[in-house]
Design a protein around this ligand. Structure first.
Ligand code: HEC
Length: 120
């Protein structure tokens, strides 16, 4: 009886510690955007993210101008590799914490790139 108790403690204790370890060290996966949801650059990305979090710095006085009308051509293709967010300098830069985007915003940017980085 005692032995079973010890085994249970080891098993559940191990699971508990493992989950804490996971929470602390591994970045949570980005939320999934449904495959059939088309992400729109003009509204979802420009208005939804750049205008809120980036254009305070990235405007006429910064070499990477992210204001409406010019942002797309300043980003694509230099900082964005269409269909490949994981190797796009823009996305890698945001993963370092630059621009302070939240998980949902990162998921939208990743989805937009992986849907072909269209100027839609
Ligand atoms: C607090 C000011 C600030 C904010 C906010 C900010 N950036 Fe930046 N960002 C900079 C500076 C400064 C640089 C480096 C200098 C440069 O490229 O002109 C930079 C560099 C970059 C680069 C790399 C440019 C290069 O030349 O290598 C990218 C891409 C970028 N930012 C995207 C963004 C995006 C997207 C956002 C919003 C989510 C954002 N930044 C928010 C200040 C900011």
């Amino acid at each position: 009886m005692k032995k079973i108790f010890k085994i249970l403690i080891i098993v559940f204790g191990g699971l508990l510690m493992h989950s804490c370890y996971y929470d602390d060290l591994v970045e949570r996966p980005l939320p999934e955007i449904p495959d059939d949801q088309e992400i729109l650059y003009a509204t979802d990305i420009q208005v939804g993210i750049w205008d809120k979090k980036c254009t305070g710095c990235h405007n006429a006085s910064n070499s990477l101008d992210l204001r409406e009308g010019v942002s797309y051509n300043n980003l694509v293709p230099e900082y964005v590799i269409a269909n490949n967010a994981d190797t796009s300098p823009l996305f890698l830069q945001l993963l370092t914490g630059h621009g302070n985007t939240d998980g949902n915003e990162k998921a939208f940017i990743k989805g937009w790139i992986n849907q072909g980085a269209k100027n839609n």
